[in-house]
Write a protein of this length. Structure first.
Length: 276
C-alpha cells in the first residue's frame, strides 16, 4: 500500500493529538489522585479532632485546696499553674495529654458544708460537698480517660465528727459515681468509662483547732482508701509516701516543693496506669 505525503502528515497529526490527549489524561488522573489523597487526610484530621485517633488523653483531677493550689504567701493565695501538682503533671506528660483541674478549697469527700454568701443580686448557699458536684463535672468534661480523686482532708474538720472509716465510705461512693454506670454507652455518650485513681491525701499535722484533734486519725486513711480501691477495681496512690506531712505552717497545705514532688510521683503512676 502506498501512502501519499499528505496522508502521512494527517496520520502524524492525529497521532500527536492522541499523544497530547493521553498526556493530559495522565495529568488529570494524577491530579485527581492527589486531590483524593488530600481529602482522605483531611477526613482523618477531622475525625481526630472529633474524638478519633489523635485525641489528647484527658485527665480530670478532682480535689480540694491542695489541688486548687492554696498558699499562705503574702498577697498570693494560689500557686501559679506550673507550680501546682496538676501543672507539674501537665508539664511532665506533655502535649499529648490534657490535665483538667477541678480543685476547690474546703471541698469534702462526702460531708455537706454550706457557706452563705451575698452578692449584688442574690443571697446563696454554696455546698462544698464533693459528691453532688462530681457527676455534673464528669458529664461536662466527657470524654475522660482518667479521673484522679484526692479528697478527705476537709472531712476531718472536728465539727464533722468523722472517723477514717466514714471518710473512706464517702470515697467509695465517689468512685462508684464514676464506675457504676447502669448504661455506660448512654451515660458516657459512647466513650469508654474512665479509669479512676484514688489518691490518699497527705496526712494532717494541723495546728488549727478545727483540725488538730484528727491529726492521728488522718494517718489511718491511706490503708482504708487502698481497700476501697481494691474493692472497686481501681488504682490507688498514697501521697503520704512521698510527702509525709504538709510543709506549710498550718500543717494542712503543701509547699511549692511538695507540689513538685507529688506531681512527679503521680506522673509515674499515671504512666503505669496507661501502660506507657
Amino acid at each position: 500500500m502506498v501512502f501519499r505525503g499528505s496522508t502521512l502528515i494527517m496520520i502524524f497529526i492525529i497521532f500527536m493529538k492522541e499523544e497530547c490527549i493521553f498526556m493530559r489524561l495522565k495529568k488529570f488522573i494524577t491530579v485527581g489522585l492527589v486531590i483524593m489523597l488530600i481529602l482522605a487526610l483531611s477526613g482523618t484530621i477531622c475525625l481526630a479532632s472529633e474524638g478519633g485517633a489523635g485525641e489528647k488523653i484527658r485527665i480530670m483531677c478532682y480535689g480540694d485546696s491542695n489541688t486548687w493550689g492554696f498558699t499562705q504567701r503574702p498577697n498570693v493565695k494560689r500557686y501559679p499553674s506550673d507550680v501546682r501538682w496538676t501543672g507539674v503533671l501537665q508539664n511532665n506528660l506533655g502535649n499529648d495529654y490534657q490535665i483538667i483541674e477541678e480543685g476547690l478549697s474546703s471541698r469534702t469527700a462526702g460531708i455537706d458544708d454550706y457557706k452563705n454568701g451575698l452578692n449584688e443580686y442574690i443571697q446563696y448557699d454554696m455546698n462544698f460537698n464533693g459528691r453532688p458536684t462530681l457527676l455534673p463535672l464528669l458529664k461536662s468534661h466527657i470524654p475522660l480517660d482518667v479521673v484522679v480523686i484526692m479528697l478527705g482532708t476537709n472531712d476531718f474538720k472536728v465539727k464533722f465528727r468523722q472517723t477514717p472509716e466514714m471518710v473512706a465510705e464517702s470515697m467509695d461512693k465517689l468512685v462508684k459515681l464514676v464506675t457504676n454506670s447502669v448504661d455506660p454507652e448512654q451515660e458516657w455518650y459512647g466513650y469508654s468509662v474512665p479509669k479512676v485513681l484514688i489518691v490518699a491525701p497527705v496526712p494532717l499535722n494541723a495546728t488549727k483547732e478545727s483540725f488538730a484533734a484528727n491529726n492521728d486519725p488522718s494517718h489511718e486513711l491511706a490503708k482504708l482508701y487502698e481497700k476501697v480501691a481494691q474493692a472497686n477495681g481501681v488504682d490507688f496512690f498514697d501521697a503520704g509516701k512521698v510527702v509525709p506531712v504538709p510543709g506549710m505552717k498550718d500543717g494542712i497545705h503543701l509547699t511549692a516543693n511538695q507540689h513538685k514532688i507529688l506531681g512527679d510521683a503521680l506522673t509515674q503512676k499515671i504512666r503505669s496506669m496507661l501502660n506507657e
